[in-house]
Design a protein around this ligand. Structure first.
Ligand code: KMH
Ligand code: ZN
Length: 270
């Protein structure tokens, strides 16, 4: 099996210090959390940023400050800014970090129910426009899919020239589609040959989905964005602690951990 790429989604936009006091807001805290994940074995940092009061922002200068801090502490890590931002942000706002020349950024391939009255809107035109801009800026999309239909959108937009092959998918399970082995297998079966994939299980599904994904030969995303607990009722001390848990399970499964450069090779970033 290929080496295992671990993505750490260290901050998210919705989770707060009320959920876990270790959720990073300041530039220093973002650097600390990225470093803990990197040292534990993460090769990709999926990044949302906040103002110091915790409100989510896609501000380019704030992203630059956080990315510089991460690069200082984890010189070779792959930084993957979010273009999803937070529910309600405009497309222009969301796209700002892609102006900083990151190696990767997310491309959300459909509209999602985000709980209560929240809707994370990605119209066809938004997806195509984001796909085109990422391509023009030389940024590899991490195609976030919250449902099987979003895979079909990605395939359609790839055929129309808005996304390049080979595609890299992130299956987000437990927001819209259920976090189950059956649905993960369905997603894996639905992507084009030659694609790579990662699984991100929400909340208590994070580690079980990671285990199934690793056994299937896929890659894994963990971190505070999706889950703040290290075990039932126990808050994780850091994103690094979540990565360490995955690394321990990977060892039992015989999956070696990819360095950032090995991840670049696998993902076709170089
Ligand atoms: N915070 C969500 C509204 C992404 O990073 O691209 C969007 C999100 C997906 O988290
Ligand atoms: Zn995100």
């Amino acid at each position: 099996m290929e080496k295992l790429i671990i993505t750490a989604a260290i901050s998210g936009a919705e989770v707060t210090k009320e959920h876990n006091p270790n959720v990073p807001y300041t530039v220093e805290e973002v650097g600390r959390e990225a470093e803990s994940a990197y040292k534990a074995g993460a090769s990709i940092i999926h990044l949302h940023v906040r103002n110091d009061d915790g409100t989510p922002t896609q501000d380019k200068a704030r992203f630059k400050a956080c990315m510089d801090e991460i690069k200082k502490r984890c010189p070779d890590v792959i930084i993957q800014p979010s273009t999803g931002g937070a529910v309600g942000m405009s497309d222009e706002e969301r796209l700002q970090p892609t102006e900083l020349g990151p190696e990767m950024a997310t491309l959300d391939c459909g509209t999602v129910n985000f709980g209560g009255d929240e809707i994370f809107i990605n119209t066809e035109n938004t997806i195509k426009n984001f796909g085109r801009i990422l391509m023009e800026r030389g940024v590899k999309p991490e195609i976030e899919v919250f449902d099987k239909g979003m895979i079909d959108y990605a395939i359609k937009f790839q055929k129309q020239g808005f996304i390049k092959k080979p595609m890299h998918f992130d299956f987000v399970l437990g927001v819209q589609i259920s976090a189950s082995a059956r649905d993960l297998a369905f997603m894996v079966d639905s992507i084009p040959e030659g694609s790579t994939w990662t699984v991100a299980g929400m909340g208590r599904h994070q580690i079980p989905m990671a285990m199934i994904g690793m056994a299937m030969g896929g890659n894994v995303r963990v971190g505070f964005e999706d889950n703040v607990y290290i075990s039932k009722g126990v808050l994780a001390k850091s994103n690094g602690e979540l990565v360490e848990k995955v690394v321990r399970i990977a060892a039992e499964l015989g999956r070696e951990i990819a360095t950032p450069d090995e991840a670049r090779e696998i993902l076709g970033l170089k």
